[in-house]
Design a protein around this ligand. Structure first.
Ligand code: FAD
Length: 393
């Protein structure tokens, strides 16, 4: 199945959209940080109308379906900015946009028509249901979809599914034979689907990453995405670009940690001098900036390749891997620069440190990224020439 490439918004329109989103992030959403962290709950009654108003739900939905149709190059700075403020807000925006984008890429015309116009406004919201308590991922799934009459009957369990409390539709992966995985779009009100919360998380607090139980959930044949047995292909395609989005989140968190660290290094005086005057602290700052600069570079390259229509499985996994390592190093150093006060909840460094650790897990752990990258290299992926030409469609 092919999809039309998003060409992006004209530059002046893009800049106006980006500026208004950045303004709302800092003037309306950032002030909610303490409340969200204390209550461990995002106040949806405040946050969702803001996100709707600024167009945050339609960023990657093509214009013909009512969205902004940003290119990936245009989207990355926006998701990076969300990663600077309270992390639960970033996960809402990330999952919604990432999987609305995935639906456009892997869904058929009818599925796009049915769901994407609502996704552009925030009326509909897509979540991604892959991870299971009793199994691994990809072809190691316990969920089954059995053909029955004109449709399928789904049974099984998923957990850690972000936006499980607000999603209108789940893209669900289940086995249709012992060896084949297929993808289905399941509405949250499907009979037999129950959704329960899981305990609160270390960081990115305040949103739900719940457990879905499919107890003989009957879906029509139209719920199947693409062809039967295409599930692994779909999930690779969806996760490929989503890994780049996670790396952009690592970038945003890193940039914020560096900004705070520079300010602290200038302000904090010990032995009569700002700590920024000490070589040890300067080294931390320089290392943080170097990680950020490198991450910006690989993200720009990956986005430009994707926008040009190229598949980027190895690049996407390398972005995700380097991003999680970079934000780990950067937040480690930020904590060291801040000293003891950075470990208290009086300072955003403590929250950024916890939020960043979710980047380890989203869209696959480091071992998965090693596996994908090395698998591509060993499979003659055109990487050695630096500008491979593998076509996306
Ligand atoms: C807050 C949060 C939100 C999430 N949101 C979603 C979501 O929206 N949708 C969704 O589907 N999932 C979601 N996840 C799940 C997330 O993608 C997984 O937690 C992550 O991919 C790791 O899988 P796992 O938890 O099953 O760990 P496991 O698979 O149990 O892995 C544990 C460790 O073993 C390693 N390992 C496992 N298998 C292998 C192997 N074959 N070879 C080598 N090493 C291996 C892993 O790399 C890891 O280090 C979310 C998780 C969190 C914490």
């Amino acid at each position: 199945m092919t999809a039309t490439l998003a060409t992006g918004l004209p530059e002046s329109e893009y800049q106006a959209l980006r500026d208004s989103i950045f303004d709302a992030i800092w003037s309306e959403l950032d002030p909610l940080e303490t409340r969200i962290e204390d209550e461990e709950r995002v106040p949806y009654d405040i946050v969702l109308p803001v996100l709707e108003r600024i167009g945050a739900f339609g960023l990657l939905v093509p214009r013909e379906y009512g969205g902004s149709g940003l290119s990936i190059t245009q989207y990355l700075p926006i998701i990076a900015e969300f990663a600077k403020v309270q992390g639960g807000l970033r996960t809402i925006v990330h999952v919604h946009n990432s999987f609305a984008h995935a639906l456009f890429e892997i869904g058929n015309d009818q599925q796009r028509m049915d769901i994407l116009p609502g996704a552009a406004t925030g009326k509909n919201s897509l979540a991604f249901a892959l991870t299971e308590p009793g199994h691994g991922t990809g072809s190691d799934l316990g969920s089954m979809a059995v053909r029955d009459g004109g449709g399928y009957v789904l049974s099984g369990e998923k957990w850690l599914i972000t936006n499980s409390d607000i999603a209108s539709h789940f893209i669900v992966f289940a086995k249709t034979t012992e060896t084949e995985v297929s993808a289905f779009i399941v509405p949250r009100d499907a009979a037999g689907l129950s959704i329960a919360p899981l305990p609160e998380t270390m960081g990115c607090k305040g949103t739900e990453h719940g457990r879905l139980t499919f107890d003989s959930v009957r879906v029509p044949a139209e719920a199947l995405v693409g062809a039967e047995g295409q599930g692994n292909e779909h999930l690779e395609r969806a996760l490929e670009i989503s890994r780049v989005f996670i790396a952009a989140s690592s970038l945003g968190t890193s940039e914020r940690a560096l900004e705070l660290s520079i300010a602290h290094a200038k302000d904090r005086v010990t032995f009569g001098k700002p700590i920024g005057a000490r070589q040890g602290i300067q080294r931390y700052l320089a290392e943080m900036a170097t990680d950020i600069y490198a991450l910006r570079g690989i993200l720009a390259d990956a986005a430009q390749k994707w926008d040009a229509g190229q598949r980027i499985p190895a690049e996407a996994s390398m972005c995700k891997l380097f991003g999680l390592e970079a934000v780990g190093r950067v937040t480690d150093r930020a904590l060291l620069i801040h000293g003891g006060i950075g470990y208290t909840r009086t300072h955003p460094i403590e929250r950024l440190y916890r939020d960043a650790r979710l980047n380890w897990l989203e869209e696959g752990t480091p071992t998965i990224q090693y596996h994908v990258t090395a698998g591509q290299l060993l499979n003659d992926y055109a990487f050695a020439d630096a500008f491979g030409t593998a076509s996306r469609n």
